[in-house]
Design a protein around this ligand. Structure first.
Ligand code: F6R
Ligand code: MG
Ligand code: MG
Length: 370
C-alpha cells in the first residue's frame, strides 16, 4: 500500500485587525492556489483554516516530507495571500515570510511546518491542532499526556496494543540536538527535559513494535522559532501539530482530553506573557482580549486514500465549556499581575522580545552596590 504524506504548514500573512484574525479574502486566495495544485494532481486534497492571525494549510500528497514542490506551493499560497493582505492594508502583511524568494525548503523561512508520511490504515482518524499566541513548547504537556499519562489515556493501562508505550523524539531547540526516549521506562527523564518547554520540545512520537510500522510517526509538532530565523523578535512561533488516533493509538477522546486543563503557555501579548490556553471552536479562535488569551483549535478528519473527510470542529463540543470558563477566570487572575512575573515571562525569555531595547537605556545609570 502506498504511503500518504500530510503537510500542515502555517504562516501569519497579515492580521485583521491588528493580530486578531485572518481576513476571508486571504483564506480564499490560499484555497485558489491549493485548488489549482489539486486539479493538476500535485495534491490529493487540502483544507485551509485560520487560527487567530495564522493561515493554516492542511495538504495531503504522495511526495514525502520536506518536498520542494509541496513547500514551494505553500510558499506561493502565502505570497499570494500576502499580496492580498497588502492590497487590503492588513496588519503586518507578510509577517512570517522572512525570505524574499523560496529556496527549496520552507523550513527556516518563517512558516511553521508539521508533516508526516505514513501508511494509511483501513480507517485513519487524524487531528490537526493549531494554536495562536503561543510557542512550540505549548504542545509538550498535551502530547505527553496523550501518549504517556495513564491518568489521561486509559488505553495505556487497559489496551494491550498501547500498554508498552511510545517513543518520544525530543529536540533541544537552542543547541539544535535531538534525543529519542522511551516511555514509560524513561518517563521521569522525559519530563525532566520537556518540563523546560521553552528549550526542550517534543518533535515526534513513534510507536513501539506492534501493530504499526515503527519508523512511521504517529504525531508531529512544528518547532520553528521565528526569532532564531529572523535574528530578532518578529512575532510568536504559533505552533501546529498532527496526531493520529485510535486502533493501537490514543482514542480521539484521549487525544483531546489534555486540552480540558487550559494549561499555562507562553506567548500571549507581544510574545511576552504567560496565560492559559483556551481550546475553542473555529469561529471563536479570534484572540482579542489583551491579544489573547492563547487559543487552540482542533480539526478532525478521517483520511480516505488521502482525501480529507472533514474537518470536524472538535473543540466546539460543549464538554469544553467549563474549561473555557476556567480559562477566563485564570485570564482575569493572570492579567491582574500586569507587568509582574510570572504573568510576564522571566528575563531570559524576554531576551528575544523588545524589552532589551528599554533596558539598554538604563544600563549606564547603574552604580555598584555597597
Ligand atoms: C503576539 C502578537 C501580538 C503583538 C502585539 C504588538 O504574538 O502577535 O500580541 O505582539 O499586538 O504588535 P505590534 O508590535 O505589531 O504593534
Ligand atoms: Mg500577526
Ligand atoms: Mg499568530
Amino acid at each position: 500500500m502506498s504511503k500518504i504524506t500530510v503537510s500542515l504548514i502555517k504562516a501569519d500573512c497579515g492580521g485583521w485587525p491588528g493580530h486578531a484574525t485572518v481576513h476571508p479574502a486571504l483564506v480564499a486566495t490560499a484555497e485558489e492556489v491549493l485548488g489549482a495544485a489539486k486539479s493538476s494532481g500535485t495534491l490529493v486534497d487540502f483544507n485551509v483554516l485560520a487560527c487567530g492571525d495564522d493561515i493554516e494549510l492542511i495538504m495531503t500528497h504522495t511526495r514525502g516530507v520536506d518536498e520542494a514542490e509541496i513547500h514551494g506551493l505553500a510558499w506561493e499560497a502565502f505570497e499570494k495571500a500576502t499580496e492580498k493582505a497588502k492590497e487590503l492594508k492588513l496588519y503586518g502583511a507578510g509577517q512570517d515570510l522572512l525570505c524574499d524568494a523560496f529556496c527549496g525548503n520552507i523550513r527556516g523561512m518563517g512558516p511553521g511546518v508539521a508533516e508526516m508520511e505514513f501508511t494509511e490504515r483501513i480507517a485513519e482518524p487524524l487531528v490537526a491542532f493549531m494554536m495562536d499566541k503561543t510557542e512550540p513548547g505549548a504542545f509538550n504537556l498535551p502530547i505527553f499526556k496523550m501518549f504517556a499519562d495513564p491518568f489521561n489515556t486509559a488505553g495505556l493501562v487497559i489496551d494491550p496494543s498501547l500498554h508498552h508505550g511510545f517513543i518520544f523524539e525530543v529536540w533541544d531547540i537552542m543547541e539544535h540536538k535531538k534525543v529519542l526516549m522511551s516511555s514509560p521506562e524513561e518517563m521521569y527523564d522525559i519530563l525532566a527535559l520537556i518540563g523546560a518547554k521553552s528549550r526542550y520540545v517534543i518533535k515526534r512520537v513513534y510507536p513501539k513494535p506492534g501493530k504499526l510500522p515503527v519508523e512511521e510517526p504517529v504525531a508531529v509538532i512544528s518547532t520553528e522559532k521565528l526569532y532564531q530565523t529572523a535574528g530578532t523578535y518578529v512575532g510568536k512561533d504559533d505552533p501546529v501539530a498532527l496526531v493520529r488516533a485510535q486502533s493501537g493509538l490514543p482514542a480521539l477522546g484521549e487525544v483531546l482530553e489534555p486540552f480540558s486543563l487550559g494549561h499555562l503557555v507562553s506567548g500571549w501579548m507581544r510574545g511576552s506573557h504567560n496565560g492559559p490556553l483556551m481550546p475553542c471552536s473555529f469561529d471563536t479562535a479570534h484572540p482579542t482580549r489583551f491579544d489573547g488569551p492563547p487559543r487552540a483549535i482542533a480539526a478532525g478528519f478521517q483520511l480516505a486514500d488521502g482525501k480529507l473527510i472533514g474537518p470536524v470542529d472538535l473543540f466546539k463540543d460543549i464538554a469544553f465549556d467549563l474549561t473555557r470558563k476556567r480559562v477566563l477566570e485564570i485570564t482575569d487572575y493572570m492579567r491582574a499581575h500586569g507587568p509582574f512575573e510570572p504573568h510576564r515571562l522571566p528575563m531570559e525569555d524576554m531576551e528575544y522580545t523588545t524589552l532589551p531595547h528599554v533596558m539598554n537605556k538604563l544600563k549606564d545609570r547603574f552604580e555598584d552596590t555597597d
